[in-house]
Ligand binder design. Structure first.
Ligand code: B4P
Length: 203
């Protein structure tokens, strides 16, 4: 199994780049933002609770998100790996994810961290808000609150995985294609080194 986290602030291109990565590498896409928006669209109890936080630019409580991720992973027993997009977003979520993977004798192999300036993030999200219908993208104050949540709670995710030397920073400004090429180079490099290690251990 190959498990990858695509990490970065809101609007850094996680959703955009995930599409390319899952297509090339056949990973199962797990976007907590998408899962939460589906729950909201279906007006489930979980979705109605999540909406209150998302509309204020705040993170949804850990227990809600972790339960949802566990259910999603259990429903995909044949996945050859997961691409985690927008998850984990707190240290508690990192610890919970490690435990969920360990139950399946697995771990996170790589964290790719997209780096984008705050002004570019605000510009992109306001741009998406013109057409997406997402209420959290239309108001600059809410967008800045989301970026503050990222600095207050989510940058700790990179610190957590850095202690295991799993984080690689990627410049997230430029064309979608050049950024994808940089991401792909890192994934290809890691997969090649895993093949070499497997071959060596079979000798
Ligand atoms: P998410 O749905 O995860 O999404 P996001 O932060 O808005 O951004 P993403 O980085 O995916 O942006 P995208 O590629 O689309 O989160 C939404 C909310 O859900 C959070 O605020 C939180 O409340 C809640 N939530 C989600 N997960 C949670 C968790 N684990 N715990 C607690 N709460 C959680 O790109 C944005 C725009 O930029 C697009 O318009 C795109 O076209 C454009 N763009 C992308 N790449 C570009 C490039 N290279 N150049 C120019 N524009 C580009």
């Amino acid at each position: 199994m190959f498990n990858l986290i695509l990490f970065g602030p809101p609007g850094s291109g996680k959703g955009t780049q995930s599409e390319n990565i899952i297509e090339s590498f056949g990973l199962q896409h797990l976007s907590t933002g998408n899962l939460l928006r589906t729950e909201m669209g279906n007006q489930t109890e979980l979705g109605m609770e999540a909406k209150r936080y998302m509309d204020a630019g705040q993170l949804v409580p850990d227990a809600v998100v972790i339960g949802m991720v566990g259910n999603f992973m259990d429903a995909k027993p044949d996945a050859k790996g997961f691409l985690f997009d927008g998850f984990p977003r707190t240290t508690a979520q990192c610890i919970a994810l490690d435990a969920l993977l360990k139950e399946k004798n697995n771990e996170i192999n790589l964290v790719l961290a997209l780096e984008v300036s705050e002004e570019e993030l605000v510009k992109r999200l306001l741009g998406r808000g013109l057409t997406s219908g997402r209420s959290d993208d239309t108001n600059e104050n809410i967008i800045r609150a989301r970026i503050k949540e990222y600095h207050d709670k989510t940058t700790a995710v990179a610190t957590y995985y850095a202690q295991f030397n799993k984080v690689v920073g990627i410049t997230g400004e430029g064309t979608v294609e050049t950024i994808y090429a940089d991401l792909k180079k890192e994934i290809d490099g890691l997969l090649a080194s895993q093949v070499e290690m497997d071959a060596a251990s079979n000798e």
